[in-house]
Design a protein around this ligand. Sequence first.
Ligand SMILES: [Zn+2]
Ligand SMILES: [Zn+2]
Length: 86
Amino acid sequence: MTKKKHIHKYRKTDIGAKKREYLVMQCAIPGCGHYLPHMNLAIGRESICWRCEDVFVLDSDHLAQVNPHCNNCKRTEDDARRAAVN
Ligand SMILES: [Zn+2]
Ligand SMILES: [Zn+2]
């Protein structure tokens, strides 16, 4: 098996069977079968942002997102939401 090194693009995935939820952080890059068997293992790891494709470090806040994106994108999103409300 050839291993091409890349920064994983983590995505929250439920790999549980029969309605038993089992959430892992899985790499979404085609051909990469990497995943972390526990969500907490993702904290402090580099991942690719789903919005801007920049590299960022995952923290516990990112784990609440299905497709984690970096704090820069999160800020933009919050601003947009606030603007939409007002
Ligand atoms: Zn990967
Ligand atoms: Zn981003």
